[in-house]
Design a protein. Sequence first.
Length: 362
Amino acid sequence: MSFLSHIKKLDWGVIIPAILLVGFGLVSIYSVSLAKGDFGNFEKQIAFFVVGFLMMLVISFFDYRILRNNSYLILVLYGICLFLLAGLYFFAPLIRGTRGWYKIGFLSLDPLEPAKIVLVILLAKYFSMRHVEMYKFRHIFYSGLYVLFPVLLVFMKPDMGGTLVLLMIWLGILLVSGIKLKHFLILSLCFILLATFSWMFLLKDYQKQRVTAFLMPRDYLGASWSQNQTKISIGSGQIFGQGLGKGSQVQYGFLPEPHTDFIFSVLAEEWGMVGVLFLFGIYGFLIWRILKIAIDSQSNFPRLFASGFAIILIAQFFINIGMNLSILPVVGIYLPFVSYGGSGLIGSFIFLGILQGIKIKR
């Protein structure tokens, strides 16, 4: 197959929405850069996008069935991810109370992103071979063991947002695989008990403060500052927004983490409800196209893999938007394709590359 014919077979209904989302992010990051007088993040995000897009094209040439048919390769990749997550405790710098990234020169590497990809591949492989035996609880238990180790490593960083996403990947793929209602209720009870235990004995004080600040927003100059500022920022956007580089919350530095966790508030303030609805429409179309690839797949592995990626996008989208709207506590979840960050952006395009291979070779 020639390069041009391969390019024509790519699902541009997935690629174009992803590029539009990156464009939304770049415009917002540019606005934040104007406020700070430093365009370093904007320039790096462009570089991350170029690298991610090229990696997507390269990966789209590979046969996804190599992953589906090679259990040893998946286990090796899984082991590497565990090693990288564990290595954070020894080699990663302590930044704002957490060891979340490896520093390589001026770049940072978050091993959580490849862990998401490998976990989706592993769970897709596991359940694709056992879909007719989903009535057996032992398959839920064994798959949970695979999820347990990265979840513990991420939880102890500490990274509550990353922990939630990994658990939602597992639960979402279980639902798609056909888990019985009785087993789902048992898992729900276990999650409630685990959450209670974590609150009493495991969560750090600042993590509890984020939850209490969400439930009882009284300390407007302390723990509740972030979400109070996001509400002001989103509300001031009104219908058409204040315009690029004219959002007062952004330009005067009131909005915290405007290029990552709260980039949606930047977008809402400067582009208003019109821009927000357009953003929601693009996300909806992208997720629909990914689910269409899942539905059209002829076997369970590609169906579960595509569903796993859709689950990640849906989970991070709703948690991030919920954080910005103050209907969920702040747990440090970025907005896929939009927020600043090389690991997350490149990881999302790697997902798209594997999806393109599935679409072409199904």
